[in-house]
Design a protein around this ligand. Structure first.
Ligand code: NHO
Length: 361
């Protein structure tokens, strides 16, 4: 390996991770220099890496990983391994693990950059947020997380640009969940009667839109995490995603289910409750939205009714729509809209971040 090689460690190879690996393989072909070398890949149970940092073949990494008998090293050992690589190293965290997220400050301090769609690090305690950005500023290692909000849509980069160019963001609002968008667009469409709630939830999971546990989408926590991230970038030191009002769509009786699978099995008995919510909207439609009022320091997440002519009512598929109200843009907000969930579009945000980091190393 020459000094111009960049060493990439991929943690997590699920829906997003697999799509990312395909995009990385194509990127390595399209941009041969600097050389992108996959030196580590792991799931929660298995790992694949060579002590001499020699490259793992990107064409069949998933299959070779599946056949590996190595358990993953501790995260401390992984950071030590990467900090000794014969070139700059980047961790691509495609898990939703809190443990991996809590390793970012140590990795950044050791000069290892981070690229991730994992929301946990940026929407956990405000202390972790500060530790991450302080570690990055001190070592110069980079941290990018575009896909933690709106999948591949340019939401975080847009907000950063607004703030860094001196605009004043007054309000951010919209539909921040691909799963919730898909569910309400298909369960309560503008025309026709729509499908059964529980069946649409199963479809959203099968399409790869939900979090690994779909209850994290339905209880509003996924949207709350995204709003926490955006509020912090807009300058509000929000303490945690549970420090503001969040409406949950989990029936009370199912709050104690021990697994996501048990929850999905029992959900059909509660379809009637959702039908009643849908009917109560009358001529309007219900949608699950979030908003941040920066001046009033007010963040909230929940159901609202919209007139059929409203852009939020007319969304399609898993689309997100995010409106930024700022001093510069006046009364016509800057709007970002498009697919907000799914493996390929989420991986695209990760790959785009990787390209940004590579350009700065
Ligand atoms: P999977 O398919 O469950 O894969 C997780 C992988 O991580 C598995 O290979 C597992 O073995 C591994 N893993 C877990 N813990 C580990 C550990 N400690 N060490 C090593 N490996 C470990 O999950 P996904 O769907 O691929 O998601 C991966 C990450 O992307 C999550 O952090 C998720 O939040 C994030 N993400 C996904 C999406 C999406 O569309 N799937 C989006 C954004 C971010 O914009 C999307 C979104 O917000 C989805 C949201 N549900 C919505 O809006 O509806």
């Amino acid at each position: 390996a020459s000094a111009s090689t960049i060493f990439i460690a991929v943690i997590g190879a699920g829906g997003v991770g697999k799509c990312f690996l395909t995009q990385l393989r194509d990127l390595a072909v399209r941009r041969p220099s600097p050389k992108l070398s996959l030196c580590y890949i792991a799931t929660s149970r298995k790992a694949l890496y060579n002590d001499d940092y020699s490259a793992i073949n990107l064409d069949n990494a998933i299959d070779v990983l599946a056949a590996s008998s190595k358990a993953p090293p501790t995260l401390t050992d992984l950071v030590a391994y990467l900090s000794k690589a014969p070139g700059k190293a980047i961790i691509v965290d495609n898990t939703s693990s809190q443990d991996v997220a809590e390793t970012y400050p140590a990795a950044l301090k050791a000069g290892v950059s981070i690229v991730t769609p994992n929301k946990k690090a940026f929407s956990g305690s405000y202390q972790l947020w500060q530790d991450i950005f302080q570690a990055s500023a001190a070592s110069g290692a980079k941290v990018y997380h575009e896909s933690s909000v709106g999948a591949g849509l340019p939401v975080i980069s847009t907000l950063k640009d607004l703030v860094e160019t001196g605009d004043e963001v007054t309000k951010i609002e919209g539909v921040f969940s691909g799963t919730m968008s898909f569910l309400f667009n298909s369960f309560a469409p503008l025309t026709g009667s729509g499908g059964k709630w529980s069946e649409e939830v199963k479809k959203a999971k099968a399409l790869g839109y939900t979090e690994p546990d779909p209850r994290d989408d339905l209880n509003g926590l996924d949207v709350a995490r995204k709003l926490t991230i955006l509020a912090r970038l807009a300058g509000l030191p929000v303490e945690s995603p549970t420090s503001f009002p969040v409406e949950s769509l989990i029936p009370k009786e199912l709050e104690s289910c021990s697994s996501g699978d048990e929850f999905l099995e029992k959900l059909p008995s509660f379809d009637q409750q959702m039908e009643e919510k849908k009917a109560s909207a009358g001529d309007k439609v219900i949608r699950f939205v979030g908003s941040i009022d920066v001046g009033a320091k007010d963040v909230k997440v929940g159901l609202q009714t919209f007139d059929p002519s409203h852009p939020i009512a007319a969304l399609k598929g898993s689309d997100n729509i995010i409106s930024f109200y700022t001093k510069r843009y006046g009364s016509n907000p800057l709007i970002v809209q498009g697919a907000g969930a799914g493996g390929d579009v989420t991986a695209m945000g990760v790959t785009a971040d990787l390209i940004k980091v590579i350009g700065q190393l």
